[in-house]
Structures are given as C-alpha cells and as structure tokens.
Design a protein around this ligand. Sequence first.
Ligand SMILES: [Zn+2]
Length: 220
Amino acid sequence: MDSGPLPLLFTTFAVGAAFLLSCGTPAEAPPSAQFHRSSLKINKAFIPEGRYGRHKTRSMSPRYITLHSTQNRGSGTGARTHARLLQRGGLKSKHNSLGYLIWHFTVDAYSIYQTLPTNEQGQHADYEGTGNRKSIGIEMCENRGNSRSATLDRTARLTAELMRRHNIPLRNVIPHRHWRMIRYSDGRDLGHKNCPHFLMTNGRPGSKWQSFLTKVKSYL
Ligand SMILES: [Zn+2]
C-alpha cells in the first residue's frame, strides 16, 4: 500500500473488525500435499462499479504482478475483512488520483478475495507509475494468528494461476519495493517502499524473495 494515514485508519478499523469476524478457523493440513490447480478458490467481492475508486475505471492489460503485505497486525484483519473494507470505500487516499486505495487480490492463510477485475487498474503501488498502470496487485495479510507460510503458499499458487491466465513471465513477478513512488498530489519522490517487508532482505529482494519465486515456479 502507499503511505499516508493508513495505519490510523486500519487501527480504528481493526478494533471494530475484531467484533465482527472470527479467525478461529481450524488449521489446515500441510499445504504442499493437498494443493493442486483446481483447488484454488477465489472469492469474488468486487468494489461496486462506479464507486469507491471504481468511479473512474481505467482499463489495463496486466504485464506484471506486484506483491504487497498489509502491514496490519490487528487480529481479525484477514482477507475477507480487507475485501469488505475496499467494498465500502474504507481506504481513502488524499495523495493519489483516485482518492482511494484499491487492489485486486487479498490473501490470508485460508482464503483469497478478489476486489477488482484484472483488466482494471488499481492504486496500490506507485501512483501514476507502471506498477499501477500495468500490474495486478496482491496483498498478503499479516493479522495476528495468521500463518505466514500458509499465506505465502496460497499467494504463490494464486500468482502462478495469474501468470498462466495473463501470460506473465516470472521475471515480471515483483515486490512493491521495485516501483519508485512519485506522489501524485505534489510530485514528491517517496523512493522505494520496503514491501512486502517479510520477503525483503535489508530492504531489498534477496534470498527470501528468491525462495518465494521458487515456490511460485513449483506451481506453474
Ligand atoms: Zn506494498
């Protein structure tokens, strides 16, 4: 995600969300043995057409897949919660051209939610840059109690599926950190964000990022 007032919004939201959602879903079996292509379930929870960041629809032919993490540790802030938040315009941004943060998929240990069609641009990476104009945005959840390894595994399978569907090569699967952020509102150069932070090594793609790509490759 981009910078700005997000942490405060999320904190406020997380408090409410804790009452609405239960994360007491039973743990899953080890992922590697049970997963195959046909088992990938994607819940559709689109932002309403014409509203909340979809009021200015901009078409897209995706050439990249950009990975993020939510940086939201609040309990109950899993994939469904984020989808519902986007669906009601809950993530405003005063610095981008849409006025909202929006992205395509959110993944946690148990589920995938899609909030934006892959042929529409999001606002999740670099304001008016290539990251938003040409890439599918995937957010990985970090809520307390959510298994990171299961989340990474599910994300790798989704990434592989999207690569197949859109003919995107592995070299175009990239971390948010890759995109330079030039803020839309005032042209300020915000540089590169350390995102997804748990896949970066000293703020850059290194061995952890390579392991993730290896996992993606195993599902192609
Ligand atoms: Zn990000």
